[in-house]
Design a binder for this molecule. Structure first.
Ligand SMILES: [Fe+2]
Ligand SMILES: [Fe+2]
Length: 202
């Protein structure tokens, strides 16, 4: 799969989770909540934890594999976009961590998820609207496919590491703190991605 397509699919998946968290957002969300058809607090917490996990994996594979490959093209425009993107990843990570810390507080969680969503939406708009089109011009299709395969493999490794971590945490822990522990620890499990990117470095 083309690297750009894979990353866009990731963006769409996270956007869908944000929509689910806010019951479709806007008026739809208000109606759903008023009619009792909104997500329950427990489900909302699980969705928020999933958003954090997905963003963690996505940011890692971009930073370890995708951005360095784009950097290698030595294009001034792309370099500027990458500098900006890396800064934004820093902000996104801070907000992911703030979200993870608010998993047990329904009201606080809504505020944190909304602030995370603002940042992610802005970042995705720049990647899809500026970086990816420029990359499509400069990187041949075959190379983008190769990069897509590397990203897919790294993503599988990172998800496996996260699942194993989640399973062992679930065995040890119980109660409402479980989701928080799982995502917080998963946030540190970058070894899988690093291994994958190192192994595939050409
Ligand atoms: Fe992205
Ligand atoms: Fe990104």
């Amino acid at each position: 799969m083309d690297a750009i397509e894979l990353l866009k699919n990731d963006h769409d998946a996270v956007e869908e989770l944000f929509q689910r968290f806010s019951d479709g957002g806007g008026l739809t969300g208000v109606v759903k909540r008023l009619t009792g058809n909104g997500e329950k607090p427990g489900q909302r917490r699980a969705i928020a934890a999933k958003i954090c996990q997905e963003l963690h994996v996505h940011a890692e594979i971009e930073e370890q594999i995708f951005y360095p490959a784009v950097r290698k093209l030595r294009d001034d425009e792309l370099d500027e976009m990458l500098d900006e993107a890396e800064k934004e990843h820093g902000t996104i990570k801070e907000r992911v961590s703030a979200t993870e810390q608010a998993l047990d507080d329904e009201d606080e969680l809504k505020t944190r998820v909304s602030s995370l969503q603002d940042c992610v939406t802005h970042h995705v708009r720049e990647e899809e609207g500026e970086m990816f089109p420029r990359l499509e011009e400069l990187m041949p299709e075959a190379e983008r496919s190769r990069l897509g395969r590397d990203l897919a493999a790294a993503k599988r490794d990172a998800k496996t590491a996260m699942t194993e971590l989640g399973r062992s945490t679930a065995l040890r822990g119980s109660g409402s703190g479980r989701a928080r522990k799982t995502t917080a620890k998963a946030g540190k499990s970058t070894a899988g991605v690093k291994r994958a990117s190192g192994a595939r470095r050409r």
